[in-house]
Ligand binder design. Structure first.
Ligand SMILES: [Zn+2]
Ligand SMILES: [Zn+2]
Length: 243
């Protein structure tokens, strides 16, 4: 075993002794996400979800998007309450990077379920074989500088490794105000022009991922940029949907 791996292992067992793993959902020592919290995850039932914005009960009539949503389909894995909200915070603000594959696995589970249900265009909400690449909504430059990593890039890499899809790391973002302080219109105007794509995407069908969708402003801005650079379609997937 190379010395780097040995040192990392030693570091991990030291960390485990000093700061034992606790469940992100309930704080119980032991696992990253305990059995009880795993069993209680608020999965969105894709059959009932809005095919446009991913809201959990919008299949027939959606009160969350009026069909006006910037991507062809949105798949949300979980409702944003309890453990999913803490998963996002722990991953990006508490640097619990071991959550990246957990988040990616939750998204892939939802995408697989959603592939059995139609989007507004009549095609499957997600089609692995028709997807050319995975993009992620990038962190702002200031968030990246503060955290030292982009949590959605880590999730995108895990998702690609698990699915065989190619990473399309093409979006860049200048600093904008933190979206959490703003309402729907403020979010959209705060983001206008804040992202750009580094490559032409002629004809590509892309999967765009983010941690949380609230008004769809970040997804919308990213999708607008991808489509302007030639992408044929953008399907979104988020870990959690606020509604
Ligand atoms: Zn728990
Ligand atoms: Zn909707």
């Amino acid at each position: 075993m190379p010395i780097g791996s040995l040192l990392r292992l030693a570091g991990e067992s030291l960390a485990e002794a000093l700061w034992p793993t606790r469940c992100v959902g309930c704080d119980m020592p032991g696992e990253l996400l305990c059995e009880e919290c795993r069993a209680g995850l608020p999965w969105v039932e894709q059959r009932l979800a809005c095919p446009v914005c991913g809201a959990p009960f919008g299949f027939l009539t959606c009160t969350e998007c009026d069909g006006a949503w910037p991507v062809r389909a949105t798949v949300a894995a979980l409702g944003f309450r309890g453990a999913p909200a803490r998963m996002v915070t722990c991953l990006k603000d508490a640097h619990e990077l071991r959550l990246a594959p957990v988040v990616a696995a939750a998204m892939l589970t939802a995408l697989e379920e959603a592939s059995a249900w139609p989007a507004a265009d009549g095609l499957a909400r997600f089609d692995l074989r028709a997807t050319d690449g995975v993009c992620f909504v990038p962190a702002t430059a200031s968030a990246y500088a503060r955290r030292g990593f982009d949590h959605m890039e880590l999730v995108a890499r895990e998702l690609c490794a698990a699915s065989g899809l190619a990473l399309a790391d093409v979006l860049v973002r200048r600093s904008a105000r933190d979206q959490r302080e703003l309402g729907r219109e403020g979010r959209a105007s705060n983001l206008a022009g804040s992202m750009s794509a580094t490559e032409d995407l002629a004809g590509a069908s892309l999967l765009l991922i983010d941690d949380v969708a609230t008004t769809g402003a970040s997804l919308g801005e990213a999708a607008r940029v991808l489509l302007a650079r030639g992408a044929a379609s953008v399907t979104a997937c988020v870990l959690a949907r606020v509604w």
